[in-house]
Write a protein that binds this ligand. Structure first.
Ligand SMILES: NC(=O)c1ccc[n+]([C@@H]2O[C@H](COP(=O)([O-])OP(=O)(O)OC[C@H]3O[C@@H](n4cnc5c(N)ncnc54)[C@H](O)[C@@H]3O)[C@@H](O)[C@H]2O)c1
Length: 429
């Protein structure tokens, strides 16, 4: 990555921020900020894939006075497939996207933001900082899928944008959906009330068989950019690697337990051992990361995409009086007796986050999940940077990282591929 690219993105972020903050003080609030109970809200979706389509249906379900009005995707086939899926749902009659409101390409999000009151961002994570910035500058409420960035400059940009959203009275609801899960909320309340005592250590695992295989071959794509975009999961610049894209859910629960205190240092290891074919881009298939807090408490985080191996997706918190099995919503004492368990409904966290999102817009009581969604995403990025370089890193190192994974330009052509990182050789920046 050339210095020119880095500096031009930095300049954009810097001037963008100054302008945005100034705008925040002077811009009249968009009328949708205080939408009345039955005013129709036009919802726009950016990234019409699996999660985006689900989020749009949940948005329409959350509030009867909404319609899906505009959509954007990098690819027309993905956009049409997503729309057809959404039309086939019980809220399909409010999927009212005419031909003039279907936008395709890298800049398509700008048109959606222009024409809607509420914006749902569900592209691959790379695009989140720039799209969130544009939506908030335009005065729109935003649902923001996780993770919210793939590198330090991206996370710093999101933090600034979320401050701007606060000044403008806009809601920012995060797709870190476990924070909206009733059983999880009750469990973390118990943790914070001290039912299990003081936290001494945390452990989270996201060991699974992996996700979808590349969706298109190089022969089927007209350019390397198209190949990488269609197979975004396998490229760190787009997904942040799988410890960021997926494991952020687990790390976010560790952060939640720690009342969102940030760790003081991170030390990680990882590599790729099953997914070595070049078709799998440049991401790893396993990570082991230790986060250390100021008090000496450590969080042990592991994630893995291996087929033919034992899966384990679980979170455990070890405390002075006992331990918490987070997914089971149970607290045990050190004799193995259950001292607390959740007995309420499980609920649909994906629906609840949209119910609360739209209620916040209607009531004029904005929700702003900006800080934790940024810090939990940064925890994941920090773990990746430590594993890629083989270095123990301080939190300050990570927050100030200048590594910018953006491509030189967003065009359908050749694009260089960063080599797979090698600890001890790949440099931290
Ligand atoms: N909260 C959760 O539990 C959860 C679950 C699944 C996915 N997600 C997150 O949602 C996001 C999307 O994941 P997905 O599984 O829906 O992926 P997907 O590939 O199904 O959908 C992403 C869509 O975005 C489009 N896209 C790519 N770049 C774009 C751009 N610049 N502008 C507009 N559209 C663009 C793609 O073509 C694709 O259609 C990811 O960040 C993922 O981590 C969250």
């Amino acid at each position: 990555m050339s210095d020119q690219i880095n500096s031009s993105r930095r300049d954009f972020l810097k001037t963008g921020t100054t302008a945005a903050l100034a705008a925040g003080l002077t811009t009249q609030l968009n009328s949708a900020v205080h939408a009345q109970g039955t005013d129709k809200l036009k919802v726009g979706l950016v990234g019409v894939g699996g999660r985006g389509s689900g989020a749009a249906v949940q948005a329409l379900t959350a509030d009867q006075h909404t319609e899906l009005h505009a959509v954007a995707d990098a690819f027309e086939d993905r956009l049409e497939a997503g729309l057809a899926n959404m039309k086939a749902t019980p809220v399909g009659d409010r999927v009212n996207v005419d031909a003039d409101h279907k936008f395709v390409g890298f800049d398509a999000y700008k048109k959606v933001i222009e024409s809607c009151d509420v914006v749902l961002l569900a592209t691959p994570p790379h695009f989140r900082p720039m799209q969130l910035r544009a939506a908030v500058e335009a005065g729109k409420h935003v649902f923001v899928e996780k993770p919210v960035g793939v590198d330090g400059p991206g996370i710093r940009s999101v933090l600034e944008t979320c401050k701007l959203a606060e000044e403008k009275g806009l809601s920012i609801v995060s797709g870190l959906c476990w924070r909206y899960h009733p059983g999880m909320r009750a469990t973390f309340e118990q943790i914070h009330e001290g039912t299990a005592g003081e936290i001494t250590a945390l452990q989270c695992s996201y060991n699974s068989g992996g996700v979808w295989d590349p969706r298109a071959t190089r022969e089927e794509c007209s350019s390397e950019m198209e190949y990488q975009m269609r197979n975004w999961y396998y490229y760190a610049w787009l997904s942040g690697d799988f410890n960021t894209e997926q494991h952020v859910h687990s790390l976010d629960k560790m952060a939640w337990a720690m009342l969102d205190e940030t760790p003081k240092s991170v030390s990680g290891t990882g590599g790729r051992i099953q997914r070595t074919d070049p078709k799998y881009g440049n991401i790893y298939d396993h990570f082991n990361v230790v986060y250390e807090y100021e008090s000496g408490v450590k969080a042990f985080a592991r994630c893995r995409h291996f087929s033919g191996s034992t899966n384990d997706v679980s979170d455990h918190i070890f405390c002075t009086k006992g331990r918490v099995d987070v997914f089971k919503h149970r607290i045990y004492d050190w004799n193995g007796e259950i001292v607390w368990k959740y007995k309420g409904p499980s609920g649909n966290m994906y629906q609840i986050e949209h119910d609360e999102f739209f209620a916040s817009i209607r009531d004029g009581k904005p929700i702003n999940n900006g800080h934790y969604m940024s810090m939990s995403s940064m925890m994941a990025i920090a773990g990746r940077m430590s594993a890629y370089t083989g270095k123990q890193l301080s939190w300050e190192d990570c927050m100030n990282s200048t590594l910018d994974l953006s491509p030189e330009s967003y065009e359908w052509g050749d694009i260089p591929t960063r080599p797979v990182s090698i600890p001890g050789q790949t440099q931290f920046s």
